[in-house]
Design a protein around this ligand. Structure first.
Ligand code: UD1
Ligand code: MG
Length: 433
């Protein structure tokens, strides 16, 4: 695709009141990334001139999107004086003769599905689809094979409401058309907004031809409610997992697995049913067993789970983490932690074995502290390591020990236990049997 032929304007200034949320609609996330991220990513694949129109929560929108992309023009819409999709286009300046207008609430659009808009020579191309339930969409009125106008639901007559051909909300205009008609828009309608869709009826009245392009619902459906958001997430999950499986990841019962957009895999990896892998996690030659959660962490040459929780900023390498083990912000290299442990803010060295029930007590109610465990350390079951603490290489911690001394020197045994007492015959006396 030649990237320099078309400019793209993404409308993302609206509140999205149908989301019933304090958060701007385009900032709601799908598979770990904001809806707007996906449409900008797709736009960048086909154009070097991408503008995003912002207004509602603009500072947050700009800050978040700038963390992913460094070459986007943000344009602030004057929503007080010019609300609506037409108002959004008012102050746009673009580099190319052709302008593709996209909506920020369409995360599922792909670059290949936009080809029809790029190839057409028409002055105006607009997207349409037929819906069984057209509720909420602008209805497209076609007469004698020509698109006459788009009527918004709130302005539609009963007959118009029954029209099932709707405006998907994506258009390709020549720059000339926008320069000519945008200044002529008015807000004489039910919502008192400047509708971009009115460009269609104005152009038609001047005898111009409008090319309707039939698009598929799955990719072009707008997200307007939380139900739409979850439907879109299901589709995006499907895409992410299909891509990963095609790239060589083995997944068992993939419909039960959730993997976010930023997660990457390398080498031979197996993900069992019920797993959740989020953020920018990186999984390399590893086996993630059933119902484990991995958040923003690196897992290399390791096996995790079943039912393990690896929290952000952890690094596991050549490590075995078993069931009911929680790891947070820790580095474990060549370690075995088979069962029922909490390892937080720790660094653990090669050859170390962490027994069942071992806990790093990293928090005193005010601050978090670090635990450093050396190589070939054996930590017996049910031990607590009260941080800050350093355990040097080749140390044995006896089962049930509470380590509080700050440092255990190499070669030592640490043991803290009350002496075992046995009382003969006690059982029989107590239970009288
Ligand atoms: C719009 C179309 C409707 C179409 C539907 C497709 C208009 C008048 N209506 O309606 O015909 O069927 O999309 O999804 O265009 N936005 C701004 N500034 C604003 C208002 C909205 O940038 O002042 C942005 C929103 O952030 C959103 C997009 O424009 O990304 C569409 O706005 P939305 O409110 O969802 O429009 P719809 O009512 O869905
Ligand atoms: Mg919409």
């Amino acid at each position: 695709m030649n990237k320099n032929k078309i400019s793209i304007v993404i409308l993302a200034a609206g509140k999205g009141s149908r989301m019933k949320s304090p958060k701007a609609k385009v900032l709601h996330t799908i598979c770990g990334k904001e809806m707007l991220y996906y449409i900008i990513k797709t736009s960048r694949e086909i154009s070097d001139d991408v503008s995003v129109v912002v207004a509602h929560q603009k500072d947050t929108v700009i800050e978040l999107m700038s963390s992913y992309f460094d070459d986007i023009n943000f344009v602030v819409q004057d929503t007080d004086n010019f609300p609506g999709t037409g108002g959004a286009i008012k102050n746009i300046s673009v580099k190319n003769e052709k302008v593709l207008v996209l909506n920020g609430d369409m995360p599922l659009v792909t670059a290949s599905s936009l080809e029809g808009f790029l190839e057409s020579k028409s002055d105006i191309v607009m997207s349409i689809f037929d819906l069984q339930n057209p509720d909420g969409y602008g209805r497209v009125i076609i007469k004698d094979g020509h698109v006459e106008k788009i009527v918004e639901q709130k302005d539609a007559s009963i007959a118009e409401l029954n029209v099932t051909t709707v405006n998907a909300g994506i258009y390709a205009f020549s720059k000339q058309i926008l320069d000519r008609y945008i200044p002529q828009l008015n807000n004489n309608n039910a919502q008192k907004e400047y509708y971009l869709t009115d460009v269609i009826s104005m152009a038609r009245a001047d005898g111009l031809n409008i090319t309707p392009l039939l698009v598929d619902e799955e990719r072009f459906k707008g997200v307007n409610s939380k139900k739409d958001l979850s439907d879109a997430e299901v589709i995006m999950q499907e895409r992410i997992k299909t891509y990963l499986m095609e790239s060589g990841v083995i997944m068992q019962l993939p419909s039960t697995i959730y993997i976010e957009e930023g997660v990457t895999f390398e080498g031979e990896c197996i993900v069992e049913n019920g797993c959740r892998i989020t953020g920018n996690s990186k999984i390399i030659n590893s086996h993630i067993k059933a119902h484990s959660v991995i958040e923003d962490s690196i897992v290399k040459n390791s096996d995790v789970g079943p039912l393990a929780h690896i929290r952000p900023s952890s690094l596991l390498e050549d490590t075995h983490v078993g069931n009911f083990v929680e790891i947070k912000k820790s580095t474990l290299k060549g370690v075995k932690a088979g069962h029922l442990s909490y390892i937080g803010d720790a660094t653990v060295g090669e050859g170390t074995n962490i027994g069942a029930g071992v806990i790093t007590c990293n928090y005193d109610g005010i601050k978090k502290y670090e635990t450093i465990i050396g190589k070939n350390v054996f930590i017996g079951s049910d031990s607590q390591l009260v941080a800050p603490v350093t355990i040097e290489d080749n140390v044995m911690i006896a089962a049930g020990t509470t380590v509080t001394s700050g440092k255990i020197e190499s070669g030592s045994l640490a043991i803290s236990r009350t002496k075992l007492r046995t009382i003969e015959n006690f059982y029989h006396k107590f239970f009288k049997k």
